[in-house]
Design a protein around this ligand. Structure first.
Ligand SMILES: [Cu+2]
Length: 142
C-alpha cells in the first residue's frame, strides 16, 4: 500500500470517528419535548404526567398516562407496554416500567419509571385498544 493511500484511509477513519463523537455530543435540536403527543398512525392522543410534574434523575417514579382517541374519547380499556432508552447511548431504560392499572377517564398508572443519567431519553408506549394498535413516543430531557 502506498503511503498516500494509507494517509487518505486514516483521514477517512478519523473523520468517521469525529462525526460519531459529534453525534453523541448533542441531541437533535428540533426534538419535540411536548407532554401531549399524537400516536404514530394518528389513532390516539397521549399525555404523560410525571409524578410531581418534574422528572427526577435516579429515583423510581410513577407517571400517569392519559389516553384518548383522535376524537377525544377517553381510552380506559387498553393494554399498554412501556419501552425506552437513550438513542445516543444505545441503551434502554434501567428498569422495566409497567402500566399497572386504569385509573378511569383515560388515565393509566405507570409504575417503575426511572432515568439513571442526564441527557435525551425517549419513552415509547405501545397501545393495544379497541380502536387499534399504535405507539406513541415522548422525548424527555433530564
Ligand atoms: Cu445513557
Amino acid at each position: 500500500m502506498s503511503s498516500s493511500i494509507r494517509i487518505s484511509l486514516l483521514s477517512v477513519i478519523a473523520g468517521g470517528l469525529l462525526t460519531g463523537c459529534m453525534l453523541f455530543a448533542h441531541a437533535p435540536e428540533d426534538l419535540d419535548y411536548s407532554r401531549t403527543r399524537t400516536s404514530a398512525t394518528g389513532l390516539y392522543r397521549a399525555t404523560i404526567r410525571p409524578q410531581g410534574d418534574s422528572i427526577p434523575q435516579g429515583r423510581l417514579q410513577r407517571w400517569t398516562l392519559h389516553l384518548e382517541t383522535a376524537t377525544g374519547a377517553p381510552v380506559d380499556s387498553a393494554a399498554v407496554a412501556v419501552d425506552g432508552g437513550m438513542p445516543q447511548h444505545g441503551h434502554g431504560l434501567p428498569t422495566k416500567p409497567r402500566v399497572t392499572r386504569a385509573l378511569g377517564n383515560g388515565d393509566h398508572l405507570v409504575e417503575g419509571m426511572k432515568f439513571n443519567m442526564g441527557g435525551w431519553w425517549v419513552v415509547k408506549f405501545r397501545v393495544s385498544a379497541p380502536a387499534g394498535d399504535d405507539s406513541v413516543l415522548f422525548n424527555v430531557k433530564l
